[in-house]
Each structure stands twice: as C-alpha cells, then as structure tokens.
Design a protein. Structure first.
Length: 253
C-alpha cells in the first residue's frame, strides 16, 4: 500500500496527545479505511496515538466498533496525517463511522517517562560538559532507550555525575509543561537547547519546558512532573562514528 497516495487530499489529523498525553481512550470518526489481506489502514479525524518519529516508537492499542476489532501494529505520519495500521478482525469499518480508540497505556506511560528522562539527561550532560551537547539521534522508548550525542564520550566518573544530576532533577519534582511559540519567541526561549539550527521553519513551535531545566522543541509525549519518571539508570555508553550513544532506562511499573 502506498500510504503517500492514501493521504492525498486529506486534512491533517487532530493530534489529541499533543495537549493531553494522559488521554487513554477516545471516540473518533473514520475518514479512510483500506484493507490489505488481513490488515487495514485507517485514517481518523483525530487520534490519541503518537506515530513513530521524533525519537519515539509508535504507540499501540485497539480500535473497537460494531462488528470489528483492529489491533494496532504501528502508526505513521505522512504530511500531518496519521495512518493507523493494524490487524483486522471482522468487517471493514466505513468512512463516516465512529469507532472506540483504546491506547496501550502501559507502553505509552513508559515512553512518556523515558522521553522526559531523555530531556533531563540532555541537561545533565550540558552541566557536566559545560556546553550544549548536540544530539544525532534517539530512541525514547522500548526496547532499549538511548540518545546519540556528538563529541567525545564521557568518562566513567562523568557518567556517575550525569546520572546523579539527572536523578536530583527527578527528585526535585520539576513541573513539565507544553507551550507554543513563534519562531522569534523560539530563539529566545531555547537558546541552550541542542540542534536549534536544524529546526524546519514553521509558524509556531511546541516546546516541552521542564521547570528550571530546559525548553526543547518537541512533538513527543511527556509526563507532567519529573517525579513521575522514577530513578534514571545510565546503562552504558557506546562510542559511535560521530560521537557516542548513552543508553538509559527507568523502572517499569
């Protein structure tokens, strides 16, 4: 299935998780549904499911309706439209039909905690290195969370300080909030954030602001307070071609 063709002429999906990442269930209207053998592609008017991208793995969950269930395998974003792909049980839902959307909350909550932990670690590295450390890539979710940074890897002693400082921020119960800003406001708000030069031009930007820590342009899902992250464990550091990967974990509840 060519999902680029599937989204032609369709308005961007309303992304409910941007303003409420704790929303576990919703009702949405089917815009498009296309069956492919035992699987199905579904586009909704609005969605609680974060797609794969921006350093996050895909959300998972379930669609339920009269005469069908769909177990989600992945969610993709194409030109602002979310395409939900899953295994179909029963009949194919039709355009205009309302369906119940149920999020795999255990997975989402882990991703939220890991993603916010990643932002905290960005700050801890900045403190240890004495400068902003640009990121090259990340996976803030299962199976193994990591952020790849540019530059020389930290020493074992520095790793210990990074973990200690990150967990101090967790225990400080710092508020985490989302704000939207223009590009001019962005440059003032995030002067210490990594990778600002690589941001695409847009009318507005969503910032994830951790109180007294950092403000980073991000479309991901995060916890409301750093205490929800739980203890951060830096598992290992691995040298890469352009820098290093810092692998980390939080406790699974």
């Amino acid at each position: 299935m060519d999902i680029n063709k599937l989204v032609v002429g369709i308005s961007p999906t309303k992304k409910l998780y941007l303003d409420d990442p704790y929303l576990r269930e919703s009702r949405a209207t089917v815009i498009v549904s296309k069956q492919e053998k035992k699987n199905v592609y579904v586009i909704l008017d609005e969605s609680i499911y974060h797609p794969k991208g921006g350093g996050q793995p895909t959300d998972l969950g379930l669609f339920k309706g009269d005469g069908f269930n769909i177990t989600l395998k992945k969610v993709m974003e194409v030109r602002g439209v979310l395409v939900h792909f899953g295994k179909l049980y029963g009949r194919l839902p039709q355009a205009g039909e309302e369906i119940d959307c149920i999020l795999d909350w255990k997975r989402r909550n882990l991703i939220m905690r890991l993603h916010t932990a990643g932002h905290v670690l960005d700050y801890a590295l900045k403190e240890v290195y004495g400068r902003v450390v640009d990121t090259l890539g990340a996976l803030h979710g299962p199976p193994t969370a990591f952020t790849e940074y540019q530059g020389m890897p930290p020493t074992p002693e520095q790793i210990e300080v990074i973990q200690k400082r990150a967990n101090e921020i967790v225990e400080d119960r710092r508020e985490v909030k989302f704000v939207y800003v223009s590009r001019d406001e962005l440059m003032m708000a995030v002067k210490d954030a990594p990778n600002i030069d690589r941001l695409p031009k847009a009318e507005k930007y969503r910032l994830v602001v951790i109180e007294g820590v950092n403000a980073i342009p991000c479309m991901g899902t995060h916890v409301k307070n750093t205490i929800e992250i739980g203890p951060i464990d830096v598992r290992k550091v691995e040298k890469t071609e352009k820098g290093f990967k810092l692998y980390y974990a939080v406790k699974e509840f």
